[in-house]
Design a protein around this ligand. Sequence first.
Ligand code: KG4
Ligand code: ZN
Length: 344
Amino acid sequence: MRVLGIETTCDETAAAVVALRPEGGGRILANVVRSQIDEHALFGGVVPEIAARAHVEVLDSLIATALATAQVSLDDLDGIAASAGPGLIGGLLVGLTTAKTLALVSRKPLLAVNHLEAHALTARMTDNVAFPYLLLLVSGGHTQLVAVLGVGDYVRLGTTLDDAIGEAFDKVAKMLGLPYPGGPALERAAHGGDPEAFAFPRPMLGRPSPDFSLSGLKTAVRLEADRIAPLSDNAVADLCASFQAAVVDVVVDRTRVGLGAFRKVAGRAQAIVAAGGVAANATVRRALARLAAESGVPLVVPPPALCTDNGAMLAWAGIERLDLGLADDFTFAARPRWPLYGKA
Ligand code: KG4
Ligand code: ZN
């Protein structure tokens, strides 16, 4: 089975072709991503109208490149998948309409996929992880601990009460004068810094429900940065390292509590799976590896390029849904808001 995946929810335009392996898991035949960083950098964040136009401009040629790289034609595909939400409506319309058109002309099934489900299932493409598993979904728009029981069967265990973790990285980076996008820039800046230079708060640490809160930590960084301004490069590095250390402590503590909540819902987890852009962070990955070792549950984190937004995760989610006969109707409308929960 081979499926084309299209991703346009935010500021990456992506197309990929993935094949189902006979032994399970997926083989990526092509995976092309065109980031819009240059278009948005001037504004310090994603401008929805610019994003939508940039998707229109490059999507057709990205799909052509993906098909050529995979050495397949539309006829060779078994389905066409695209993110149908949640995300910016302009981008969703571009990706979903393109997918519908290709599916219509090639008479292939359409898979209108939830972008969060695509993040959630990526570890099954890369590592053939069995259900059920604990998912830590940490991206720019979402911070959730989820019991993944099956395709389309998700139970929310915890979420953020305010900012998403990626959003906190982006906002702290911006306030410290680091370039957009903030997460990777902050991680780089933290390299030379001292993670114990500033004792920032660890919000929610020790709370019994596996929820997150990031806004107090973000404010603490701002107050400290204001207090010691003007900031030297060393001070920025120390602020970044100390912020990152606080985030990591919170992530590990909340995920540990999430494992306990998981046991009550679904018994023993087959794995702890991290997904979303923040899972590309090396310090976060190392800390989760320690938690996994301590708890005896294997950790699975897809390679960084498959943690951030990409087309392969859409193609894979399409394969999983197609395999269960879950193709979608051409009347399927894009959903800017679309929670992951409940059975499909
Ligand atoms: O999953 P993603 O590519 O897009 C969605 O939000 O769906 O995640 C993007 C988020 C951004 O907030 C970005 O700053 C953050 O993930 N991010 C990182 C790193 N790479 C991306 N945060 C911390 N460290 C990183 N290396
Ligand atoms: Zn994403």
